[in-house]
Design a protein around this ligand. Sequence first.
Ligand code: UD1
Ligand code: CA
Length: 465
Amino acid sequence: METHVFSIILAAGEGTRMRSKKPKVLHQICGCPIIEYVVRAACEVSDDLPVVVVGHKSEEIKQYLGERVRYAYQPQPLGTGHAVMMAKSVLKDAAGYVVILAGDVPLIRGSTLQQMVQHAVLGGYGAVVLSAVVDDPTGYGRIIRNERGDLERIVEHKDATEEQQQIKEINSSVYCFDTQLLFSCLDKLDNRNSQGEYYLTDVIEIMRRQGAKVGVLMAQDADEVLGINNRIQLAEVDRKMRLRINKAHMEKGVTIVDPEHTYIGPDVVIGCDTVIYPGNVLEGNTAIGEDCVLYPNNRIVNSTIGNGVQLQASVILDSCIGDATTVGPYAYLRPGSVIGSGVRIGDFVEIKNSIVGDGTKVSHLTYVGDAEVGKDVNVGCGVVFVNYDGVKKHKTVVEDKAFIGCNVNLVAPVRVGQQAYIAAGSTITEDVPAKALAIARERQINKEGWVERRQQKMQDAQSHK
Ligand code: UD1
Ligand code: CA
């Protein structure tokens, strides 16, 4: 296609129906802000950076989107038509087509936008509106067609007659316009309607009266046009996006036991033959290998998991896990944990900013912080890597094949040499040489007959009363 394509995303509205302190388009579905999905779809069709019209809480939206888009500012939410007028200064010299999207319609696909542009270009349309037929059209603008079935105009729900309200074909708020024709028609908009707003939808009738060709493209998948205006719709669209994402993984060979209750973000990658049980939440740039089993209720954020890993009811943040390692139940891997292959991280183990080598076992009730733990190390139950002196964090090194007994404190900075043993209950404050045994606790004293002697004492005291 020779034509240059621009895009505008409208996101200046107040989103009052959300009843939120946060701008509507920054509410999340599947772990990403609503507007993220719209920007990505726009980028698939747009030859230039999309222009986002911001107004209400604009700083928060700009902070999130950054330099990936250009901005236009609408000081007051005077309507969707007025919002597009605000983008005129940015696109004043733009020749070609412009795709307009609402920031609150995240299920829209880039391929649908491409179809719209193609339809507009091939048919010589001044405007193409994306419509859909929905069961409940309440609140949406209705597509009014003439007796030949051609698009006449769009009537907003609040301005529609009872008869028009029966129409189930709705305006999606996604359009493809001839850019300069659009800008010239915007000047002719007025706000004489029930909401006192400048409606972008009125441009259709203005164009048609001017003799331009206006048309409708009906979405094959009506879900694509669902807008989010309140929290109920937020939950509905979230569910649809969730199922869309989960289906794509299933098609690529991932078993998702219950797709309704598995929460996977749009950028997560999962290998073939991995099985995912309900209650898993996978977020951000997470990559899961092949043949893994994610038993119920893990939360994994921005982490890389190898092949054949088994995870159970654990939280894994900004970390890396090697092949054939098992984690959980109830393990907490905090940012910066790099876990090797064939490792066992057991129940109630917390690891922070630490490297754990291949084949090492940290099986129960242990805290590992700011440490470098070698290969084939055995960390007993209830070990604490004491990394904080109240002011600074310090590092602990445990070399390969060391054996740390149960209930040991390793007070950092400290180093435990290769194959060294540490006796259970020791508080280690000094380095342990390779192959040594360190015992750092009081020697045991057994006081023979102590109980009887005490009983005798108590009896004596009683009889002297
Ligand atoms: C709009 C359409 C309606 C369509 C529906 C689809 C108009 C007049 N109506 O109605 O035909 O069926 O979307 O979801 O266009 N916005 C601004 N500035 C404003 C007003 C709105 O930027 O002054 C933005 C909002 O932030 C939002 C988008 O435009 O992202 C749509 O606005 P909204 O108020 O949700 O319009 P609807 O009433 O849903
Ligand atoms: Ca809307």
